[in-house]
Design a protein around this ligand. Structure first.
Ligand SMILES: *[C@@H]1O[C@H](CO)[C@@H](O)[C@H](O)[C@H]1NC(C)=O
Ligand SMILES: *[C@@H]1O[C@H](CO)[C@@H](O)[C@H](O)[C@H]1NC(C)=O
Ligand SMILES: *[C@@H]1O[C@H](CO)[C@@H](O)[C@H](O)[C@H]1NC(C)=O
Ligand SMILES: [Ca+2]
Ligand SMILES: [Ca+2]
Length: 630
């Protein structure tokens, strides 16, 4: 059994532990006793009064059936309909799909503009909106900070513009007839899972509600020098539209089919949505969706792994993106945002699983949002939210993949860690400072390893050698139930050799997870901190003032940190659990399992150090002195 399946089964528990008041749809996942072909599946569906919508994740033993006679959504499961399928001799299991809520990040009704008519001659792209694209080239326009941008011109100057790379926008549709997008549209890789057809065109509403996907698409791949709108970060790359956000509720099957759609045609999936950012939700990928992501990173891109880019969340300081199982996943690259003067945006969430940042709106002027394409051939300058940030990262990764098409999903994360910059990013409220981890990498609880630098990433991608194999080590567990209260915080320790001498031995960290089961009289008042043997302290759960849950707590929830990247894992790990509130609270801490992920062999050894001040140089030096010590 491959290791990732073991890990995956551990994470399964997460999927089973939601308490949210779900409702039920008329969709059913039907698992057969043996493989059946599509014709046979049609027959079985018909003879039981269902319609077969097709296989799930390309499997031959799982199909998606819909009933047109069952009212949907409904409060209760339909035992009758489930049983009707269940008694069919070929059917092994039937799972009626729950409906749940997924929201677009950063949607606000926005003003729409027409093209500006004063086209200024420029050595930069000649597109009329380019000067508004401060996130591509910040000259200090609109009160921004000069040179605080994605440094994309340095990537373009290396001849890299995203050729032969496809990014899928999983959203409310893409206006693929937009003149700035249509030549970069990859129809073959596109699909509409909201209405089950190959045309992910946004549904018309008169309030621009379904403009989200089109705006995200333009950030990645709007065309250059065509006199229309601005340019995409990777303006010669392709975009696919995956329409999946535009139905009354979400189901596991819609998410799974979207995230597993054409994994060999699509390189990067960009998602600017997630569980409700109300500061009290704890939710993440369900069963089939988790399988889709695991399959994507292990088998997609013909084995190199798909890149899933995730907007870290718009819940502001009262939410924590580690409670969002999509953003907190090791298999997604979670991206936060900064505004044009280097502050975080007021809606930014913070958490230890964020890997890096890009940009959203301008500081004071609401018209200095992200300039990009809009519905019906228009352009906008007001796209914002961490929604706007994730597609910029997808564009930068598209550039890296053109520079080196052999990069794996992990290579992309390593490149992100090594080339993101602190630049002038800072916490507007002064809470979170830049800190150095045990190998000298600077991180910030808000911004991860900093703002993406396309020029540096492309340059390093060109000489990159794939990182050594990854191992998963279950480093230890504390399972004794312990009481915790406001006056008695809990400090737990795990002393570990990081699986030394075993098949999963590792010495160089990538992601670290603390899988925790705990309940509390008020979940939102609980804070969790994880400290590594090298002394790096990650806040893996922050206070969430709106979370008044007193019932569910967290059940085997995998809190993740990126902050100990490249550190040495052996030694003592410390978990602190404490309440941060005026009213006294109590709870029971039931489990902490420490999961370490990384390599046994040192990464980066074959890479040439061109700049002695680069992060690559710093980490390599730290690793070399470690090799001498141990
Ligand atoms: C484009 O990418 C595909 C795989 O995604 C590869 O088979 C093909 O050779 C590439 N084409 C070029 C021109 O690089
Ligand atoms: C999730 O998948 C596992 C393994 O295939 C299965 O045992 C379980 O019943 C599934 N749960 C749901 C809710 O689909
Ligand atoms: C937490 O779990 C313990 C043990 O299972 C239980 O006794 C308690 O009522 C639960 N709830 C709270 C708020 O502690
Ligand atoms: Ca253009
Ligand atoms: Ca959130």
């Amino acid at each position: 059994m491959p290791l990732y399946w073991r890990l995956f089964s551990l994470l399964y528990f997460v999927c089973l532990s939601y308490s949210a008041a779900d409702f039920f749809s008329n969709s059913f996942l039907v698992r057969f006793r043996r493989n059946v072909d599509t014709d046979e599946a049609h027959t079985i569906a018909r003879r039981n009064g269902f319609v077969n919508m097709g296989p799930v994740l390309g499997a031959q033993n799982e199909y998606h059936f819909v009933s047109h006679t069952l009212p949907s959504p409904r409060i209760k499961r339909s035992i009758t309909y489930t049983r009707r399928l269940k008694v069919d001799p070929l059917v092994h299991a039937v799972i009626q799909q729950a409906g749940f809520i997924r929201v677009k990040r950063g949607y606000k009704p926005m003003r729409v503009e027409n093209l500006v008519d004063s086209i200024q001659p420029h050595k930069d792209p000649s597109d009329p909106y380019f000067t508004y694209q401060w996130y591509l080239k910040n000259t200090g326009q609109n009160g921004g900070k000069a040179k605080l941008d994605l440094n994309v011109e340095a990537a373009w100057a290396q001849g890299v513009t995203g050729k032969n790379v496809t990014t899928a926008i999983m959203d409310d549709g893409v206006d693929y007839m937009h003149p700035d997008l249509k030549f970069n549209y990859n129809a073959k890789a596109s699909y509409d899972f909201s209405s089950n057809d190959p045309y992910p065109y946004p549904r018309y509403t008169d309030d621009w509600f379904n403009s989200h996907g089109t705006r995200c698409a333009g950030e990645v791949a709007a065309a250059r020098d065509n006199g229309i709108c601005g340019v995409g970060v990777a303006y010669d790359s392709k975009i696919a539209g995956i329409r999946m956000l535009d139905q009354p509720y979400m189901t596991d099957l819609i998410e799974a089919n979207s995230m597993g759609h054409e994994p060999n045609l699509i390189d990067i999936y960009s998602a600017s949505w997630g569980p409700t950012d109300d500061g009290k939700t704890v939710d993440g990928p369900r069963n089939a969706t988790m399988r889709a992501i695991v399959r994507g990173v292990n088998e997609g891109r013909n084995g190199l792994g798909n890149i899933y880019v995730w907007a870290s969340g718009d819940g502001g300081e009262d939410d924590d993106c580690n409670c969002d199982g999509y953003a907190a996943s090791m298999w997604t690259v979670s991206i936060n945002s900064a505004i044009n003067d280097g502050q975080n945006a007021h809606y930014d969430e913070s958490c230890s699983s964020t890997l890096a940042s890009t940009f959203s709106n301008g500081a004071k002027d609401p018209n200095t949002g992200v300039a990009t394409t809009d519905l019906y051939g228009k352009c906008t300058t007001t796209h914002s939210g961490t929604s706007a940030a994730a597609p910029e990262a997808a564009g930068v990764f598209a550039l890296a993949l053109e520079a080196n098409p052999q990069l794996s999903w992990r290579d992309i994360q390593h490149l992100t860690v090594l080339t993101s910059k602190r630049n002038s990013l800072f916490d507007a409220k002064g809470r979170f400072h830049w800190t150095m981890n045990g190998v000298g990498l600077e991180f910030n609880h808000l911004f991860g390893f900093g703002v993406l630098d396309a020029g540096a990433m492309v340059a390093l991608a060109k000489q990159w050698k794939t990182v050594p194999p990854r191992y998963h080590c279950e480093a230890g567990s504390v399972t004794k139930m312990q009481k915790i209260s406001s006056s008695n915080p809990l400090v737990l320790k795990i002393e570990t050799k990081a699986c030394e001498g075993e098949a999963t031995e590792l010495k160089y960290l990538e992601h670290v997870q603390a899988v925790v089961t705990v309940n509390a009289s008020r979940r939102g008042d609980l804070e969790l901190y994880l400290t590594s043997p090298m002394g790096t302290k990650s806040m893996i759960l922050s206070k969430r003032p709106n979370d008044d849950d007193s019932h569910d707590g967290f059940t085997k929830w995998p809190f993740m940190t990126t902050h100990t990247w490249a550190e040495y894992p052996q030694g003592t790990w410390i978990l602190e659990a404490r309440f941060n509130s005026l009213t006294p609270q109590t709870g029971f801490f039931k489990e902490w399992t420490l999961m370490l992920h990384g390599t046994k062999e040192p990464p980066y050894t074959e890479l040439a150090v061109l700049d002695p001040h680069s992060k690559l140089a710093i980490v390599k030096k730290a690793h070399e002195s470690r090799i001498k010590r141990y």
